[in-house]
Design a protein. Structure first.
Length: 386
């Protein structure tokens, strides 16, 4: 049976992604000096102004405005009302709530005599999801992988001067046709690219197809593939001048493109004691190793926490009928083989390092070099297939 599935991505200059990047740049600046800092930093951008807000408890001395202006310049806003050297920046950051800190610093289990892994309780309640499948080399769904590839290429051709008339804002979308569970072709490609006032739409469309859409493997394209390039016409006003931006508003772009469930928690701007971020990274790590080990061809993992409690209150596995073992058995294996307490997650993935700015655009998953993308547990998990 044939079916279509669509995912999208956005460039680093999209107003929401701009806010994500600034939030993560602040986190990295703090963690580089104070690895044990607590951060929950959000940004709001609109027209000619930026608000940096949230809770930070740290010994590091950070010039929030300087970090923001540097990041805005790196992204490419050197023009207009939101230019890095012209925009109005306000900072409203205070210490983390003492009530939240109490639950994180001393978990329920630790108070009852738990071991050192129980030192940290979960920073909030909630559920987090991980996912992996065999559709791409990086074990990600093909639609979101291709959407990210297109969005990243949009930025590259602008930054390298290949298409110098492009500006930082942009969106991409890819619809993939499946036969059963197998992706067979790209049905539709959508690219919306911000540009200057000089370029014609005909030139832009020709250039985008030649220099951007060409990154999609030709074997996936055919004479029936549909292309929509700047379908509404000109796209000169973009970024915060064209639309307001908020940290954490692109949670599906950040994860699996809508392929699996999402707990609703955003990632950017948060230190690793926030399980919204760290447990989602750990869930991806576990799912990727399960697939790499051959226990399943597709897997979704849910973990759930109570605030101030270190151990998850539930662990759920769904292999979409691809598991070589029963889903309940694989869930038992996860609990046995992986320590899901926040302290252990942070230690396992080395999450106190300043690594987060690179995650702010083009997805948090599927990128080589990030600790949660390792498959170093796959060989060990294969023992359960015997």
């Amino acid at each position: 049976m044939k079916k279509l599935f669509t995912s999208e991505s956005v460039t680093e200059g999209h107003p929401d992604k701009l806010c994500d990047r600034i939030s993560d740049a602040v986190v990295d600046e703090i963690l580089a000096v104070d690895p044990n800092a607590r951060c929950a930093v959000e940004c709001c951008a609109a027209y000619d102004r930026l608000l940096i807000m949230g809770e930070v408890t740290t010994s590091a001395k950070v010039d929030y405005e300087a970090v923001a202006r540097k990041t805005i310049k790196e992204i490419g806003y050197t023009f207009g009302s939101f230019s890095y050297d012209k925009c109005n920046i306000q900072v409203a950051v205070h210490n983390q709530s003492a009530d939240i800190a109490m639950g994180v610093d001393s978990s329920v289990e630790n108070k009852a005599g738990g071991d050192k892994e129980d030192l940290l309780g979960a920073g909030d309640q909630g559920m987090m999801f991980g996912y992996a499948c065999r559709e791409t080399e990086e074990l990600m769904p093909l639609p979101v992988a291709l959407s990210h590839k297109l969005a990243k290429r949009l930025a590259e051709v602008r930054q390298k001067g290949i298409l110098p008339y492009l500006r930082p804002d942009g969106k991409t979308q890819v619809t993939v046709e499946y036969e059963g569970k197998t992706p067979v072709r790209v049905d539709t490609v959508v690219v919306s690219a911000q540009h200057d006032e000089k370029v014609s739409q005909s030139t832009l469309k020709e250039d985008i197809k030649k220099h951007v859409i060409s990154v999609i493997p030709s074997a996936l394209l055919d004479d029936k593939t549909k292309y929509f390039i700047n379908p509404t016409g000109r796209f000169e006003i973009g970024g915060p001048e064209g639309d307001s931006g908020l940290t954490g508003r692109k949670i599906i772009v950040d994860t699996y493109g809508g392929r699996c469930a999402h707990g609703g928690g955003a990632f950017s701007g948060k230190d690793p004691t926030k399980v919204d971020r760290s447990a989602a990274y750990m869930a991806r790590y576990i799912c990727k190793n399960i697939v790499a080990a051959g226990l399943a061809d597709e897997v979704e993992l849910q973990v759930a926490y109570a605030i101030g409690v270190s151990r998850p209150v539930s662990v759920f596995i769904d292999t979409y009928d691809t598991g070589k073992l029963d889903d309940g058995k694989i869930a038992d294996i996860v609990v046995k083989e992986f320590d899901l307490r926040p302290y252990s997650i942070i230690k396992t993935l080395n999450l106190r390092a300043p690594i987060y700015s690179q995650t702010a655009a083009y997805g948090h998953f599927g990128k080589a070099g990030l600790p949660w993308e390792r498959v170093d547990r796959a060989a060990d998990l294969k023992k359960y297939l015997k």
